[in-house]
Design a protein around this ligand. Structure first.
Ligand SMILES: *Cc1c(COP(=O)(O)O)cnc(C)c1O
Length: 325
């Protein structure tokens, strides 16, 4: 399925570079490589899943349009994929989604709707549009088309670094980890897959601990793209992450900020909080190997004023709370 997705999206997504990081390799004493996926079109890997899902639609579905709930990056990716396919897109988001992400979605010609303070509230609007306007929902993670699209990143990692020992994968709803781990474990079952989330509102981590999908309170975090629940009726990603992830580690806001700063000053890359989480986990000493270690820079869609504050050390505040945006 992932190989089919790879054929479907070929030429529509950018094949981003994998770069060895001397700074991180020196630090941990093992080779560390960074997949620069924040340079993907629309600024995140989410374009892979969205493009594959739109390519799977029938003509009738494409004409009626697509709708999605999003923390921002899936919405932007879907808005782009829909535009390319000549389809209408409506993106429903909570008030926690940063302004710069909402604006970028609107700039692609998609309709944006801001509803409530959680993904669940925005999901009700998606359900209504599916029922009343016959639109097709493209979920941000719990969907086979989306998971296989994200999995194409795993195929590229295997091509770039066939001997990879550990791959650190950002973990929110789990579409990325499920796809990447499925692709990699099929070829190299011994490669360790380590999920990384933030301490503030890690729904998948809480669900894994509980042994079933549970709800957690959504909190503002520098890793805003990792926010949101996994859905109490989760069909695919909960069991895939449970079966495929070898470990899951959590990061404080200060550790995420340190990751963003390292990416900027040492790697010369501008990444958002979620995008820096893999690097942050290495810096925090929470991932040891075996090497070579691969970390993904998953997204770059950060508000630039916030980025400046983080680089200058003004965020997070000493209490560890992110600055209200
Ligand atoms: C969506 C997203 C993730 C997490 O992906 P899931 O499939 O929801 O686990 C990680 N990083 C960035 C930048 C994202 O946009």
């Amino acid at each position: 399925m992932i190989r089919d997705a790879n054929r479907r999206i070929e030429g529509r997504v950018r094949r981003c570079f994998m770069a060895r990081s001397s700074a991180l390799s020196d630090r941990v004493g093992q080779p560390v490589h960074l997949k620069l996926e924040h340079q993907q079109f629309t600024g995140s890997f989410k374009l892979r899943g969205a493009t594959n899902a739109v390519a799977c639609l029938s003509d009738t579905e494409r004409k009626a349009g697509v709708v999605a709930v999003s923390t921002g990056n899936h919405g932007r990716a879907l808005a782009h994929a829909a535009k390319v396919a000549g389809s209408r897109a409506v993106i429903c988001m909570s008030k926690l989604v940063p302004r710069n992400k909402v604006d970028a979605i609107a700039a692609l010609g998609a309709e944006t709707r801001i509803i409530g303070v959680s993904q669940d509230a925005a999901q009700h609007e998606v359900d209504r549009l599916v029922a009343e306007e016959n639109m097709t929902a493209i979920p941000p993670f719990d969907d086979a088309r989306v998971i296989s699209g994200q999995g194409t990143l795993g195929l590229e990692i295997l091509e770039d670094l066939p001997e990879c020992g550990t791959v650190i994968v950002q973990l929110s709803g789990g579409g990325l980890l499920a796809g990447v781990a499925a692709a990699i474990k099929a070829e190299r079952p011994q490669t360790r897959i380590v999920g990384v989330s933030m301490e503030r509102g890690a729904a998948m981590h809480a669900s894994l601990q509980a042994g079933k999908p549970v709800e957690v309170e959504e909190l503002p975090t520098l890793a805003d793209s990792l926010g949101g629940g996994i859905g109490l009726g989760n069909r695919l990603t909960f069991s895939m992450v449970r079966d495929l992830a070898d470990d899951v580690v959590l990061l404080s806001e200060a550790e995420i900020a340190a990751g963003i700063r390292h990416c900027y000053t040492e790697e010369r890359q501008i990444v958002e909080g979620a995008g820096a989480a893999g690097v942050a986990a290495i810096l925090a000493g929470k991932v040891r190997g075996p090497g070579p270690i691969v970390a993904l820079l998953t997204g770059g869609n950060i508000d630039m004023a916030l980025h400046r504050d983080i680089i200058a050390g003004r965020v997070p505040t000493p209490e560890g709370e992110p600055c209200p945006m």
